[in-house]
Design a protein around this ligand. Sequence first.
Ligand SMILES: NC(=O)c1ccc[n+]([C@@H]2O[C@H](COP(=O)([O-])OP(=O)(O)OC[C@H]3O[C@@H](n4cnc5c(N)ncnc54)[C@H](OP(=O)(O)O)[C@@H]3O)[C@@H](O)[C@H]2O)c1
Length: 266
Amino acid sequence: METVTNPLAVVTGASSGIGYELARQFAAHGFDLITAAEDDALASAAATLITQGTRVEAIRTDLTTREGVETLHRAVTATRRPVAAAALNAGIGQGGAFLETDLADELEIIDLNITSTVHLAKRLLPGMVEDGEGRMLITSSIASTMPGSFQPVYNASKSFLQSFAQALQNELKDTGVTVTSLMPGPTETEFFERADMLDTKAGQADKDDPAQVAAQGFEAMMAGKDKVVAGSWKTKAQGLANRVLPDSVKAQAHRGMAEPGSGAEG
Ligand SMILES: NC(=O)c1ccc[n+]([C@@H]2O[C@H](COP(=O)([O-])OP(=O)(O)OC[C@H]3O[C@@H](n4cnc5c(N)ncnc54)[C@H](OP(=O)(O)O)[C@@H]3O)[C@@H](O)[C@H]2O)c1
């Protein structure tokens, strides 16, 4: 029988964007992977990761459903291997005026960004604590630090994750398990297109490189840090400014970036 010595990492939303780059970081650092996403692209992403010499099990599952999260968890337990690290990263947004967007879209944001993250953390953390070691990375956002006019449910979902991650980090401080919040700024992924925000200033502005964001997130997670504002110097400066700006000012600034039609080509 083959002896497996590599540590195992779980990455959700690993088919594209930040999650895919996080998976590449894990692979480059000698982790085997269980990756999860909903659509076909997960298989080709996994095939590329395998060329990096890592073992990858790709689980196609809809994490907006409780059964979908349990499917992923069953795949993890079936390996009978300890989970050394988990990046709970899958997430979606939806731009638009709250009075005009579909409630179903907003409830889906809550189901994926919030409910699936809490559910998966609940399933994975006990084993890590029992092992006395483990690293969890939760993809929050710099959006967690500002009220998100024209994207209110998304920003609020990230505020939830921010608080959740920081609370767990404190609760688990004597266990050997750490929980790090990854706070990217606007990053070049499929996010803005999927959120119907291509006609906004935020959708059209230059964005950070997902590979850079993931590298900084991975490093912070491995170091057991509480949180990291990841990306360019501009994003880091925004993170610092958001610490002191009043919420009303940040909400107005967010309107300027996210209001439908605010982009030059809107
Ligand atoms: N891009 C940004 O500017 C930015 C900034 C801050 C934070 N973030 C956060 O970063 C995380 C990753 O987003 P991204 O920017 O990399 O966008 P992305 O390229 O659209 O990636 C989203 C990932 O989530 C997966 N996903 C979506 N719905 C799912 C579902 N129902 N079940 C399972 N997986 C699902 C997608 O897989 P499928 O395609 O298979 O659905 C994909 O792998 C999100 O939490 C996002 O909120 C992004």
